[in-house]
Structures are given as structure tokens and as C-alpha cells.
Design a protein around this ligand. Sequence first.
Ligand SMILES: NC(=O)c1ccc[n+]([C@@H]2O[C@H](COP(=O)([O-])OP(=O)(O)OC[C@H]3O[C@@H](n4cnc5c(N)ncnc54)[C@H](O)[C@@H]3O)[C@@H](O)[C@H]2O)c1
Length: 465
Amino acid sequence: MVIGDENFSPGEGSSVNGFNRRNFLRTASAVSAGTLLAPGLHALGAAQDEPAKPIAANDHIQIALIGAGGQGQYDTKTAVQVPGVKLVAVADCYNGRLERAKEIWGPDTVTTRDYNEILTRKDIDAVIIGTPDHWHMKASVDAMKAGKDVYCEKPMIHLYSDGPEMIETSKKTGRILQVGSQRVSSVIYAKAKELLASGAIGQLNMVTARWDRNSSIGAWNYTVPPDASTETCDWPRFEGTAPHIPFNAEHFFQWRKWKAYGSGVAGDLFVHLFSGTHFITGSHGPTRGMATGGLRFWKDGRDAPDVMLGLFDYGEGFNLSLRVNFVDGGEESEGLIFTGSEGTMEIGGGWVSVNRVPRETDPGLSIDTFPLAMQREIERDYRKKYPETHPAGAPPVGYQKFVAPAGYSDSFDHFTNFFRSVRSRQPVVEDAVFGFRAAGAALLSNLSMERGTIAHWDPDAMKLV
Ligand SMILES: NC(=O)c1ccc[n+]([C@@H]2O[C@H](COP(=O)([O-])OP(=O)(O)OC[C@H]3O[C@@H](n4cnc5c(N)ncnc54)[C@H](O)[C@@H]3O)[C@@H](O)[C@H]2O)c1
């Protein structure tokens, strides 16, 4: 399990380990130059595979990181690979992470426990927010009000009331807010969107998606550092508006396990599957959802379930079913299957495939409960009307698989898109409205489980009904 990126499962051909801009360009061009591919297998070019234009030192976008844990550090390492982007400052509530920031980005990196010190600086254009979920709204709103553009990690919201406030602040301040569901910038998801729109699988009727894990780290049991204490951790600043309890190192470093800070598997993982589904289908979201599940294995004091299943209705005429299982007893796996009237489209780690099997045109017979003489008579008449064309069943009419270049990183593309908008002031690929629709849909699952009822949602107005 790779911490700090929920992008693609390791070992599925699209690992982001060891990614850097140089090997990204090299692998991208190696594939587009004509790697040998099996029939039906197609290599996708990288979306941002363009020569980097030199950017003058005084034209750099200067950024700061707020929340320098696993994802914040990963995001920032990726962001500074985009030409013309420079990290200036880092805020975090744990001394060890501020120390680590200086090790990674140099001793001149400004570090602080208080992100407000960063927001008052004039030399910072944009911030990356990698805090736990319960800080996303406050840190984003404070940053936008201070004139900074924001890249806020998913899920955009922790509470439903966060959504309108973030959308409004972005509108009022004219600041850019991009949410960090990197799939929205992925070449794989762009290809899937194109395939669906072109009718590759006919009329969509169902999407099934899963995100299964089978490890302690996968179940959020992140390492608590040996020096964790009220000296090294700024507990009040971490707690923020969460209900107050005495310092608890597990809550600080494994916050996903408690609803006070995280949003459960729905906010952590369902949200990626919603973002992907909404991007590919163009839908605004489900009208209703119900979920069930429970704490099946990791009974370690957490209050968030480790198994969750959700079912959702979309006004466009399809259903979505989602599953997260942290005790799946086998291989960790993640993926989506789009089922249509003419075939299926599957997305895995770094690839998308389409399988088209023609529906039988004959109506078929179910006659073996009838007297034998009658069966023969029906068969005779049937074969006259429908001559046998495929004795062994209809052959598949088409399997195609599209693969991203080895080492491809959709996070890099997501940051490239973000910084392009920061420069151009043009809309981002995943704005606050998109982010709220994805997270709002995901959190219906928690609501449904808490209430034991179906949760209703107006995806256009972005309101619970
Ligand atoms: N896009 C993805 O694939 C992806 C992957 C992992 C995590 N995430 C998201 O990134 C966020 C962070 O997750 P993580 O795994 O990095 O958590 P983490 O615990 O490793 O890091 C969070 C950091 O935020 C700091 N923090 C807490 N409150 C703060 C405050 N008020 N000011 C400044 N810093 C504060 C903590 O000290 C901690 O170092 C989460 O919202 C998570 O959902 C996204």
C-alpha cells in the first residue's frame, strides 16, 4: 500500500512510485513512438506531453503547503515538477513534518504551525491544502479571503454546510479553487468519457465500482511517531472545531478512523469513484442513495466502518453500486465497470477496456418442461424463423484496451491543469461545484447508514431533500 496517493493500486501497471517529470516524458514518448502492443491494445499519449517552455524566475507561481502529511508532501513534490512552480512555505501541526519539509525542500523553506502566517505573506500565490477533512472548508475559505488560489484535497467537504460556503467564497473573491480528485485530469478517464460518448457500450444502465484493501496501512493504521506529544503536536490547532478531547496521538495521526475529523470510507474512497463517474458520464450526481455496512474487523476503537456498500439512483437512467472492504481477504483492488446495452467498459489501474458482445437477436426458447413432441414442434418452427447462425454462440465483436504510458501520473496532469488556470484565470477542471457534487453524493452513504433510511439529494441544487 502506497501512502499518500490513492491514484492507482501498486502493481497494476500505473504506479506513481519513482515518478518524476523526466521519466514521465521519457516513458510517454517511448510508448507513443510505437511500443509493440497486442491486438486490441492501444497506448494513450499523455495529456500534458508537451515540451516545457522556459519560465522566467520572476514569473514563477509561488506556493505554500498547509498540512504536510502523506498527501500534502506527495502533492507538493508533484506540484513543483510543473515548470514555473516554486514552494515557499509549509504549515503543519506536527514538528516532525515541518522538519521533514526542510529536509525535502531545503533549509530556506519557511515553516510554521499557524497557517495564518502563510496567508498574510504577499509572496505566495496559491496554497495546497492537505489537512484532514475537517479543516478543508476553513483553510480554503481563509486562503481565498487572503487572496490565494487553492488546491484543496478531496473530499471537498466534511459537513454539508461546507459546500455552499466554499462555492460562495470562490465566487466572491474570484479565487480559483480546484479539488484534488486527480482522476478528473487522467488520460484514462478522458478516454473513458470519449468512449462512452461515442456509443462504445450503447446506453449506460449501471456502474459498479469497488475499492478493496487487505492491509493494516490500507485500513488507515498509519505509524504514530515515537515523539508524539503535546510538545511536538499542536493539538488545539489540529482539533479545530472537532469536539474537544485530551491529546490523543492515534486521533492525531490516524484521524481517518474517527468521524470527528474524517468522512469514513465514503469521503476517503467513494468520493474518487463518484468524481470518476461524474466526469465520465457528465452527470451532476444521484437523486437518492442508501448504504449499509459495519465495523467487521478493525475493532480498534474507531467509529468509522471498514465495510461499506452503497446504492445510488441517477436521473440519467443508470444505477451506481459502490463497495469498500478493508478486510477483503485477498488482493487489494480498485476499479469501475460501466455496463451498457452494447457492452461493458472497465477501468483499472492505468487502463480502460471496452468489451462488446452482441446481444442475441433471436428471442430464445424455454421449452424443456413441455412434452417432448411439443418441444420438437416448437423447435422446428423456431429454426425456420430463426436459422442457426452461430452454433457455438455469438463471438465477441470487439475487445479494446487503452493503456496509459508507464509511470503516467494523473496527479501531475491535475496540477498542470491547476497551475494553467492560476495563470490564465480560466475555469479549472474540478471546481468547487464539481467537488461539492462528488463529496455531497459520497456523504449520502454516511447519512443513510446513520439514519437507517434512504437519503435524498438534489444534485443540481446541491441540497439534501
Ligand atoms: N487525492 C488523493 O489521492 C489523496 C490521497 C491521500 C489523501 N488525500 C486527502 O488528503 C488529506 C490529507 O490526508 P493525509 O493522508 O495526508 O493525512 P495526514 O494525517 O498524513 O496529513 C495531514 C496533516 O495535516 C496537518 N494538520 C492538521 N490540522 C492542521 C491545521 N489546522 N493546519 C495545518 N496543518 C494541519 C497534520 O498535522 C498532518 O500532518 C485528506 O483530506 C485526504 O482525504 C487525498
